[in-house]
Design a protein around this ligand. Structure first.
Ligand SMILES: [Zn+2]
Length: 415
């Protein structure tokens, strides 16, 4: 048996249940054996105890949506993009056309380090280059790589990178992985950039390997206009890029209703953004048990609008939080998203911290390994200094200190 260590702290937030004062977590190797009140823990007498003092122990956070291959474009994410979403896409495509592969890889590796420094236990990375699945394997926490499929005039997935032998072998490699470290699956980009046939095939292929798919949904007004009229900026962009399909007819419905008509909405289809949605869209998603990811800071940068989070919570949807990429955000610190949700939207900070841990793990289908301090889960635990006197008050401090980067990982070292 690996060495057993008892971590003691003023507060422990196991996520399931409320914060525990005078708490502890028993860890063996990379696994949690027990968590709760220190004097009620079960552990071998004589095991070393590390007292961390005036801190709270919480699980590392789950960044449920980002694009690490865009980290090299962090200049684009520094400020609000006044021209709107599609003008940002054009700027990004232009920047991408001149940047070298080495710079992209360098940005990717730096981003992995940054994620860890900000207390990230799991990252869901959406990318266009399958090579980055191998890079993600060097991340110290859990990593889900979603290879993104694009092409509005493409009907067959075998004509995309997702149909390559390499992509298929990656899917096979991580099928039925006993415990998650890094996994490979497919994402569709969005309803205005990926043909209905491709979206359906992405879903089918993921299903074959029992993986979740991801897709951006209702992120900007142009997406709604395109589905209602077949016109607007999305159409212009497709024509510019030689991707317009003249036989496609606008379905005259919302993005959520459109995806439902394609038969792809279920508990393994992760819908990201949902900024421009109606009540009936949220009811439809709840009925299909569709998990969602919100990226508030990116939405403010690109559209100046926050998603309807209170409605999403009241609608009983399972939700997690993502930073989106450094091309539309200042950093990959998930606590920055939490601060916007708690401060700008006045959400209960405890609900926000749950979403950024257990919520993300549930969305990604990995809550058996991450998201809370429970027996058997991965011991990726962070500590944050707190001075608050009550369990309710510590959540503001968790978010505030986390946003300032005042987190430390628990290590197995007793010294
Ligand atoms: Zn995204």
């Amino acid at each position: 048996m690996r060495e057993l260590v008892v971590h003691r702290a003023k507060w422990v937030f196991p996520v399931k249940g409320h914060p525990v004062e005078n708490g502890g977590v028993v860890v063996s190797g990379k696994r949690i054996l027990d968590a709760g009140r220190y004097d009620e823990l079960s552990y071998v007498p004589g095991a070393p105890v590390v007292d961390h003092g005036e801190v709270v122990l919480i699980p590392g956070v789950v960044n449920a949506h980002t694009h690490l291959e865009l980290s090299v474009f962090r200049e684009l994410g520094r400020n609000r993009h006044e021209g709107g979403f599609l003008s940002w896409v054009r700027d990004l495509l232009e920047a991408r056309s001149v940047v070298g592969e080495d710079a992209v890889f360098e940005g990717y590796d730096e981003a992995l380090k940054e994620l860890r420094d900000f207390g990230t236990a799991v990252v869901a990375d959406i990318g266009n280059d399958p090579q980055n699945y191998s890079r993600l394997k060097s991340f110290s926490g859990g990593g889900l790589f979603f290879l993104e499929v694009l092409g509005f005039s493409v009907e067959n997935i075998n004509e995309t990178v997702a149909g390559s032998d390499r992509a298929k072998s990656f899917m096979e490699e991580c099928e039925d992985a006993g415990s998650l470290s890094t996994s490979f699956q497919l994402a569709a980009h969005a309803v205005y950039s990926t043909s209905p046939a491709l979206i359906w095939q992405v879903k089918k292929l993921n299903k074959r390997y029992r993986k979740a798919m991801s897709i951006h949904v209702a992120e900007h007004p142009g997406e709604l206009e395109f589905l209602m009229t077949g016109e607007g900026e999305c159409r212009e962009l497709l024509e510019e890029r030689g991707q317009w399909n003249p036989s496609w007819k606008a379905p005259r419905c919302s993005p959520v209703e459109y995806l439902d008509s394609l038969g792809v909405l279920d508990k393994s289809t992760i819908c990201v953004h949902l900024v421009f949605v109606e009540d009936r869209d949220l009811s439809l998603l709840a009925g299909r048990k569709v998990p969602v990811v919100l990226c508030p800071r990116s939405n403010v940068r690109l559209s100046g609008v926050l998603p309807p989070v209170k409605k999403i919570i009241n609608g009983n949807l399972t939700w997690g939080v993502g930073t989106d990429s450094l091309a539309s955000n200042t950093d990959l610190n998930l606590f920055g998203e939490m601060a916007v949700l708690a401060n700008d939207l006045n959400l209960d900070p405890e609900v926000v911290v749950r979403a950024a841990t257990m919520g993300g793990a549930e969305v990604l289908g990995i809550s058996g390994y991450f998201g809370s301090l429970d027996e058997g889960k991965t011991a990726d635990i962070i500590k944050i200094p707190v001075t608050a006197g009550t369990g309710k008050e510590i959540f503001h401090e968790i978010i505030e200190k986390g946003e300032m980067g005042e987190i430390q990982w628990l290590t197995q070292s007793v010294l």
